[in-house]
Design a protein around this ligand. Structure first.
Ligand SMILES: [Zn+2]
Length: 109
């Protein structure tokens, strides 16, 4: 995992899987409004760098959450498997939502 330090970044996102086989895409983001982090239940201030976790569900569909970077590193990433970096432009919301319109067995990898 040490080679993933500092990611996600502007250039690189991360993709892994949760224990139910859903894809979890971790994407660097700057908040446009106030979010609440599911890790610590604290606020993510407007304008701050943080991590969006976009799930592409195994059965199809997507959902996303905004996390503090440190909370994601401490609480979320340790539970993901097969984590690897992917170019950030592959993790745009439109691409991931399109990906979610197919169940996992019919997606390209
Ligand atoms: Zn947090």
């Amino acid at each position: 995992m040490s080679d993933l330090g500092g990611l996600p970044s502007i250039r690189w996102s991360l993709r892994g899987y949760d224990d139910e086989g859903n894809e979890a895409w971790l994407i660097r983001n700057i908040s446009q409004k106030l979010y609440r982090c599911p890790g610590c239940h604290g606020e993510i201030e407007i304008g701050s760098e943080h991590v969006v976790v976009q799930y592409v569900m195994r059965v199809g569909g997507t959902e996303h959450h905004h996390w503090h970077r440190r909370c994601a590193e401490e609480l979320l990433i340790p539970d993901l498997i097969r984590l690897k970096r992917v170019p950030a432009n592959e993790s745009s919301r439109s691409k991931l939502e399109a990906r979610g319109r197919r169940p996992a067995g019919r997606r390209r990898h």
